[in-house]
Design a protein around this ligand. Structure first.
Ligand SMILES: NC(=O)c1ccc[n+]([C@@H]2O[C@H](COP(=O)([O-])OP(=O)(O)OC[C@H]3O[C@@H](n4cnc5c(N)ncnc54)[C@H](OP(=O)(O)O)[C@@H]3O)[C@@H](O)[C@H]2O)c1
Length: 330
């Protein structure tokens, strides 16, 4: 029996194009001692994949080597096993790649309850949820009554940050790139304000929404929204730099905020990446599962069908065309 996998064969200079990938058909391997074979059911497409394709060795995770299966997280079921920790039928999540099957020794795999819908797992319990949870509670340390601004607020990370902040008693200003996304934030997620950063008067709208300034800023994008938010920050405000999607396809970095402004406002700005915190997945997963079962978190999943949809599908994230967590169902 054979299965398909998508290999990275060329590095991007700007946008992701089809010639960067090759789909290969390969025979299922024979397992060695301690190995297990996972049949993937769903893959997660994430903005970070663009960074993993580049040759940059100075990042938090090494680049994908040319010729290797493209790195991606996913979920699936153990179909064969020589590893007693992961018997046949165990549901697992991990960085198994853009592939229909993956062989593993179990390292880096997390077990999942079999009954949770795949969309709920990948939209909430997996990377988006743990990122939102860590960035909000461990980096920004919110207090009731504060005002938070969130970029890519209708995206998978941002929408969870806003809901958790709202549940904690903050005033939430969500920033997104379309009328439809802003309406979802206001009408379905009950954000206090939802602003379209593409509007010509965005800065005026932001200042009107943040009459008492912004205490916390969960930054997912960079780009044109960043400066007006920075200018509205209150003294001793905190900024969690989670993502910079507006930068990932650029060959030259855009200028950042004024360091003088950081002094004047006595701001704390902290970047974070989740691979530093993988060991907390069980703890965060439990907290997120509890929020989900209490009905405290709403999510929406944008599902593509078939492995062949994955490479070009990543571009939906960069065009703002994903409505919620981008998933490939196999
Ligand atoms: N630090 C970590 O460990 C970690 C973990 C997960 C994710 N992240 C980062 O968090 C951010 C959000 O990730 P996600 O998975 O939740 O994706 P997402 O928000 O579901 O999708 C990406 C969204 O970014 C917005 N966007 C794209 N290009 C933009 C631009 N030039 N300017 C402004 N907005 C733009 C689009 O929304 P609009 O339609 O609203 O423009 C798009 O839908 C990304 O930057 C990602 O790299 C970091």
């Amino acid at each position: 029996m054979t299965y398909q996998a998508i290999k990275l064969v060329k590095r991007p200079t700007e946008a992701i194009t089809p010639d960067l990938f090759e789909t290969t058909s390969q025979a299922l391997p024979t397992l060695k001692d301690d190995e297990l074979l996972v049949k993937l059911t769903h893959l997660s497409l994430d903005p970070a994949m663009r960074g993993w394709m580049s040759a940059d060795e100075n990042s938090y995770i090494p680049p994908v080597q040319l010729g290797d299966t493209m790195r991606a997280s996913g979920i699936g079921f153990v179909e064969q096993s020589n590893n007693e920790q992961f018997p046949v039928g165990t549901r697992v999540m991990g960085l198994m790649g853009l592939t229909e099957y993956a062989v593993s020794n179990g390292s880096g795999l997390n077990k999942l309850p079999a009954e949770l819908p795949a969309e709920a797992v990948l939209s909430v319990i997996a990377l988006p949820g743990i990122t939102a949870y860590h960035g909000l509670f461990e980096v920004l340390k919110p207090e009731s009554g504060q005002t938070i601004a969130i970029t890519a607020a209708a995206g998978s990370v941002g929408s969870l940050v806003g809901q958790m902040a709202k549940n904690k008693g903050l005033t939430v200003i969500g920033i997104a790139g379309s009328k439809e996304k802003c309406a979802w934030l206001k009408d379905e997620l009950n954000f206090d304000h939802a602003l379209n950063y593409k509007d010509a008067d965005f800065a005026d709208q932001l200042n009107a929404a943040a009459k008492d300034g912004i205490d916390l800023f969960f930054e997912n994008t960079g780009g044109i929204a960043q400066q007006p938010i920075f200018e509205a920050m209150n003294p001793h405000g905190r900024i969690a730099v989670c993502g910079m999607i507006a930068e990932y396809n650029k060959t030259e970095a855009s200028p950042g905020p004024s360091w003088v402004g950081i002094i004047k406002r006595r701001l704390t700005i902290q970047g974070f990446t989740m691979p530093d915190h993988w060991h907390r997945i069980p703890e965060y997963g439990q907290a997120l599962g509890a929020m989900l079962s209490k009905g405290e978190l709403t999510y929406r999943a944008h599902v593509l069908n078939g492995l062949d949809q994955a490479p070009d599908g990543i571009n939906l994230l960069f065009r703002g065309e994903n409505k919620g967590k981008l998933i490939v169902a196999l």
